[in-house]
Design a protein around this ligand. Sequence first.
Ligand code: PBG
Length: 327
Amino acid sequence: MLDQPVRPRRNRKSPVVRDFARETRVGPEHFIYPLFIHDHPSEVAIKSMPGCVRMGLDRMMKEIEGALADRVRSIVLFPAIDEAKKTNGAEEAHNPEGLVPRAIRRIKQELPEVTVVTDVALDPYSAQGHDGLVAPDGRILNDETIEVLVRQAVAQAQAGADIIAPSDMMDGRVGAIRGALDEAGFTEVSILSYTAKYASSFYGPFRDALDSAPKSGDKKTYQMDPANGREALRELELDELEGADMVMVKPAGPYLDVIYRLRQATTLPIAAYQVSGEYAMLKAAAQNGWLDEKKAVLESLLGIRRAGADIILTYYARQASTWLAER
Ligand code: PBG
């Protein structure tokens, strides 16, 4: 016998003991389920995201009923807007009769128990496919964009959104949106800020899903440089001062260190977005038989929780909940 009083394996010796020692849990209560909607009755498959579709509002209601049955209680809406409605000024973003406000009203009427999160950014509505307004010379106009974002946020709140999630990365937008919501009487509507949103190649399949890729240039003058971690703390400080209720890191898997750093630095709830490219990688490997999909997906979600995320936005929300219930 070795003289070895300390043996970490004792805490792994049986399922019951492993349950005692488990530090992190993941469940449907942590998930927000992203949905792609459009203004057509037909359903369109998204090639680079097998299992995800772009759907009309009737189909959306069915999907949300299914999600509730799977114990997923929150969704986030991403619209595909008809090309004809896209303009330089992205006016459709704040049309009270636009697709997103109509979708919110329908959900709140028929399934009021669902927590509805909405995206604030101009890319689905912009003729240029950018999150902000674009000057003739190609620059993204920060302060002018904020005026449009504020109107978009108020239109979403008026329709009944519970949580407004600005993903545009303009400077000062959280404070401006908070002020406008309060002034319009929506003091109870929350802001989930995309605090550290990186200029990532992992958004590729999402832009296919919505036909929302920038027509020219890239998003590097507003989304963060993937090389930077400290800068996320600077964004965090500003979002806290401006009144964000929750903060987000995006993508999730390649940025677990950023989630961890924010966890050390804030008392606010942290969300992490397992983005389209992360979903596509897992799906592709699973479809090739190279990974056990269930195990790999649940491990990826657990890793995001272990890094410090309270909330996970994931296209796997329904399926993961089903898998978790089986165990
Ligand atoms: C745009 C937006 C993007 C995503 C969410 N909101 C794409 C982008 O910034 O270009 C990406 C989500 C994903 O990839 O799953 N405001």
